[in-house]
Design a protein around this ligand. Sequence first.
Ligand code: ATP
Ligand code: MG
Length: 290
Amino acid sequence: MLTLTGVGKRYPTGDRALTDIQLSLPKGQVMALIGPSGAGKSTLIRCVNRLVEPTQGSIRLEDVELTKLSGSRLRHARRSMGMIFQEYALVDRLSVMENVLSGQLGYVGFWRSFLRRYPQEAVAEAFRLLERVGLPHAIDKRADALSGGQRQRVGIARALLQSPKLLLVDEPTASLDPKTSRQIMRLIRELCAERELAAIINIHDVALAQQFADRIVGLRAGEIVFDGKPSELTSDILTTIYGEEDWDTTPEPADDDEDGEQVTHPAEPLRATQSHSVPRQSLLASGGAQ
Ligand SMILES: Nc1ncnc2c1ncn2[C@@H]1O[C@H](COP(=O)(O)OP(=O)(O)OP(=O)(O)O)[C@@H](O)[C@H]1O
Ligand SMILES: [Mg+2]
């Protein structure tokens, strides 16, 4: 349903952020986009909704060529793409409900939205969505009174209110604790399945990407260097994407003692004698999608 053909982006500064991107995303597929900082992940997502203008290639959403749209046709096309950001992009002084309803901006027009007059069916749908994302009791709370995880749930509800076909998600878990990160990724995954939504999720956490995505695409310096199943992401492929690193181990504790004698930390006498034989936790997750 989404097809990128030969997409390239060179910023006016001369930075080449994307080169010859070929990508086809079927309906309902959750794709994680991984890669080092500066690889072009945000640029790719932003080219799709045209917050960034691609300098080469074609991007089609179903039968619409997105790169050629402008004005009202572009606004119309953007309604079929829900954006979810790392920083949640909520209006702090507005209530949860108002933040969700602001997702209707493309439909109800700026002034109606500014005056906070929303159609009844939008309000009813916002109630349903807030219940679905697990926030039925927070409707009247101000956005700045919410935790990071709750704010992200509001961001998800807002993105879904416009009934998109595609979700574009930029680092949804970057400021969340590990448990909340998993809950948010699980929620996005479930919602994609329920609504047959395709999603591109930029994410730095490789294990989370493996657990919750159907497909992983690895970007390096603006080029796709891996495109496959989560189970195919080996240490060698991580090295191709991110560069040389020992992916299966965590660093050995530094041994300052030149005679090779172990230094015992007073507070942790037991660990000092065991530390070299403790099993290392692998960066790579073993399971498939949950
Ligand atoms: N507005 C801009 N003007 C000029 N260059 C830019 C702009 N935005 C991004 N770039 C450059 O494009 C390249 C890709 O940046 P991008 O933000 O897409 O990377 P990213 O993979 O999302 O990184 P991160 O993981 O840090 O978010 C980088 O070299 C960056 O410096
Ligand atoms: Mg980014």
